[in-house]
Write a protein of this length. Structure first.
Length: 56
């Protein structure tokens, strides 16, 4: 996977775990107290229509 520096800092460990454990159920806790349990169905990359060298 290709991450910007900001994405890597935030998401790299989660994506590596998903890649190594595709059937794992994850609990995500938000600062407002909400908790959701998820299992990844599909994962893909997109450039969101940005140029490759765009830092956003």
């Amino acid at each position: 996977m290709f991450f910007s520096d900001n994405e890597r800092q935030i998401m790299e460990n989660l994506f590596l775990s998903i890649n190594n454990n595709p059937s794992q159920i994850y609990s995500l806790a938000y600062s407002n107290g909400d908790v959701i349990e998820v299992q990844v169905d599909t994962c893909y990359e997109t450039d969101n229509g940005l140029e490759e060298d765009d830092h956003n």
